[in-house]
Design a protein around this ligand. Structure first.
Ligand SMILES: Nc1ncnc2c1ncn2[C@@H]1O[C@H](COP(=O)(O)OP(=O)(O)OP(=O)(O)O)[C@@H](O)[C@H]1O
Length: 251
């Protein structure tokens, strides 16, 4: 069990996130949802110690009750898919170099077959060609998919995925959600899914926490969140989702 305990983030004494506590179990998906600017990405980055330098962070992340510093968490315990994938790639290195380096950093043997298989699983045709490409030769959606393959390559027991499917077309999106679901069910991956897309939440989440202005305002099992949302923000998110299907939230 991975627990985020009392995570607080502030910028120049302005609080962006207050006392966030979450539990992520292996084989389960916790969705952290909220409107744009509610603090979802800040929470994810701060929990992993990859936040901007001007932010002050308090709180801790524990694995089975034991605090783990962010540098020991990243990669080995928690893989991550963060927003803006292009910034995560070295322009002078090929995708093969990135995948090999990930294995080396995690002290895992480099297996090109596994890399190829994962690239095919995220829907990249011709994995051999992709392995030889540089970031500037690839679209944002392709890079997003390589970032997902890289996250799964290390075999960490937990994954923090910040809007993993946002820039992808619907066919690829469905494929990635299937892959995450399979990884969760077969490898017992514990997934923290950060999104504002309630369709993705409905598809993958077991539990949901709703963030507004850096505070969790509602949490519960996914069925309860969709069928009996209480907080106005939750109701707004669910109503917006239902409206896509021409449905309304009961009063
Ligand atoms: N380094 C920073 N310095 C100051 N304020 C910041 C910093 N990073 C984020 N913020 C502020 O924190 C708040 C939360 O931003 P965050 O990106 O976490 O929201 P979000 O819920 O992930 O939004 P989105 O869905 O649009 O990605 C915003 O008001 C943002 O302007």
């Amino acid at each position: 069990m991975l627990t985020i305990e009392g995570l607080g983030v502030s910028a120049a004494a302005r609080p962006l996130l207050r006392d966030l506590s979450l539990e992520i179990a292996q084989g389960r998906t916790l969705a952290l949802v909220g409107a744009s600017g509610s603090g979802k990405s800040t929470a994810c980055a701060a929990a992993l110690g990859v936040h901007a330098g001007n932010l002050e962070v308090s709180g801790q992340v524990c694995l089975d009750g034991n605090p783990v510093p962010p540098d020991r968490l990243r990669g080995r315990v928690v893989a991550s898919i963060l927003q803006n994938p292009r910034s995560g790639f070295n322009p002078l290195r090929t995708m093969r170099d990135h995948m090999r380096e990930t294995c080396r950093a995690l002290e895992r043997p480099w297996a090109e077959d596994t890399a190829r298989h994962l690239l095919a699983e995220v829907g990249l045709e011709d994995p051999d060609r992709v392995l030889g490409l540089y970031a500037f030769e690839m679209s944002g959606g392709m890079l997003q998919r390589v970032a997902i393959a890289l996250a799964l390559l290390g075999g960490a027991p937990f994954l923090f995925a910040d809007e993993p499917t946002t820039d992808l077309d619907l066919v690829v999106q469905a494929r990635i959600l299937d892959l995450l679901e399979r990884s969760r069910d077969r490898a017992r991956l514990g997934l923290l899914l950060i999104t504002h897309d309630m369709g993705v939440v409905a598809r993958l989440a077991d539990e949901v926490a709703v963030l507004e202005a850096g505070i969790v305002v509602e949490r519960g099992p996914v069925g309860q969140i969709f069928h009996a949302p209480r907080h106005p923000v939750t109701r707004m998110l669910v109503a917006a989702h239902l409206a896509l299907y021409g449905k309304e939230l009961p009063a």
